[in-house]
Ligand binder design. Structure first.
Ligand SMILES: Nc1nc2c(ncn2[C@@H]2O[C@H](COP(=O)(O)OP(=O)(O)O)[C@@H](O)[C@H]2O)c(=O)[nH]1
Ligand SMILES: [Mg+2]
Length: 389
């Protein structure tokens, strides 16, 4: 399963975002426990379920909206110089190791200083905070490389030793391949065998970019002054109001409003149950949603998975005529796959044995076999025929 880590300095709203995004919503969660422990939970990407266009009722989606699980990690607050062990330092960076992508939460309201202490709204410029996480991660990776460098460098002077392989092995936990290392050398016009220490910091910055794609989230959009909104928008920051999302999910769970994560607005269901304070709170949230086209929380999770990580959703079925599994469940599973995946990759994702015994695949929409080299598209419904049962 895909894992997204929520990182940033203290008090930017990571835990609020985490709580909102992992809140057990009876309607969308098939999983009994969405919060595994205080820092690890299950959130969802939202996509259109194919059942509507096929005139089917799948029982797996809400009004045609399918919620596909992703892991979320609430990485505890990171402070400048974490790579030197400040705060809880390396422990957080080790958390990040497990992530496929990082949601870097910044306080768009400018109401917290660089260490996360509350200051007046608009008094701290969040632009400076954006750079620091990348820097801390770079220095962390650099620290790991530095530990091995003398030995690697010596080995590299011997003919036949691949330094790219050696570096990739050091960073196995980050999913770095020898080809990635070579690509970075080319991009930076350096050769690691002749590299000097000062070449290694930019090298590590690139390794971080490749292995941990990052989306910057301007949280507390609801309190952000116009000047900061403009500044952050120019830097392609995605806005969110985690506090609004959390309030809406709570209100929806209490049947006060009708709201699905990612909706651009909500509908009040039980006006009489609302106090004046609640009414005012909801009115304020409605205003924020108008400016942001929703609270931004679901949008940010979707963007990380579909744009940053380039994933698609594919639906494996066992009966292509009825789009169901053996038990007759319609579109029982939704799998997140990397764009460029083939039906054979899907077979492996369903089960290693199904992958090993893969014979061919059928596109359920057109009831035709597809080539093994066929690239899966978002929304594909695929029957896999495998020797394994
Ligand atoms: N106005 C506003 N406050 C928020 C938002 N998200 C979080 N906060 C507040 O910011 C403070 C820190 O939030 P928390 O989630 O604990 O931050 P963390 O330290 O990054 O985990 C709390 O008082 C939250 O209520 C938001 O979207 N808007
Ligand atoms: Mg927290």
């Amino acid at each position: 399963m895909i894992t997204l880590a929520l990182a940033g300095k203290p008090n930017c709203g990571k835990s609020t975002f985490f709580k909102a995004a992992t809140m057990a919503n009876a309607e969308i969660a098939n999983y009994p426990f969405t919060t595994i422990n205080p820092n690890f939970g299950v959130g969802y990407v939202r996509t259109k379920c194919p059942c509507r266009e096929l005139n089917l009722t799948c029982g797996q989606c809400v009004d045609g909206n399918r919620f596909v699980p992703v892991n979320l990690i609430d990485v505890a607050g990171l402070v400048p110089d974490a790579h030197k062990g400040k705060g809880l330092g390396n422990q957080f960076l080790d958390h990040l190791r497990q992530a496929d992508a990082i949601l870097h939460i910044v306080d768009a309201s400018g109401g917290t200083d660089s260490e996360g202490n509350p200051v007046g709204v608009g008094t701290h410029d969040p632009v400076g905070d954006i750079k620091f996480l990348g820097f801390e991660m770079t220095m962390w990776v650099y620290g790991i490389l530095d530990k091995h460098w003398a030995k690697l460098y010596r080995q590299a002077q011997v003919k036949g030793f691949s330094i790219q392989q050696g570096v990739a092995e050091i960073f196995t936990g980050l999913g770095i391949t020898p080809e990635d290392v070579r690509d970075v050398e080319i991009a930076l016009k350096i050769e690691l065998v002749h590299a000097k220490m000062e070449d290694l910091v930019p090298f590590c910055a690139e390794i971080v970019k490749i292995s941990k794609p990052m989306l910057v989230v301007g949280n507390k959009f609801d309190e952000a002054p116009q000047t900061l909104r403009i500044k952050l928008a120019e830097l392609h920051v995605s806005f969110a109001s985690a506090a609004s999302e959390l309030a809406l999910r709570n209100a929806a769970a209490a049947h006060i409003i009708k709201y699905l994560p990612g909706d651009s607005q909500f509908v009040v269901q039980n006006e009489a149950a609302l106090s004046a304070v609640q009414k005012a709170g909801l009115a304020k949230i409605a205003g924020v949603m108008k400016q942001c086209n929703g609270t931004g929380v679901q949008q940010v999770v979707n963007r990380a998975v579909f744009e940053l990580l380039d994933m698609i959703v594919v639906y494996p079925v066992e009966d292509e005529n009825h789009y169901c599994d053996k038990k007759g469940q319609i579109l029982p599973d939704a799998f997140l796959m990397k764009k460029g995946s083939t039906p054979h990759d899907l077979a492996f994702q369903v089960h290693t044995d199904i992958g090993k015994g893969f014979l061919y695949a059928v596109d359920a929409r057109i009831k035709m076999r597809v080539k093994e080299s066929h690239l899966l598209k978002d929304g594909d419904i695929i029957r896999i025929v495998s020797a394994a049962k």
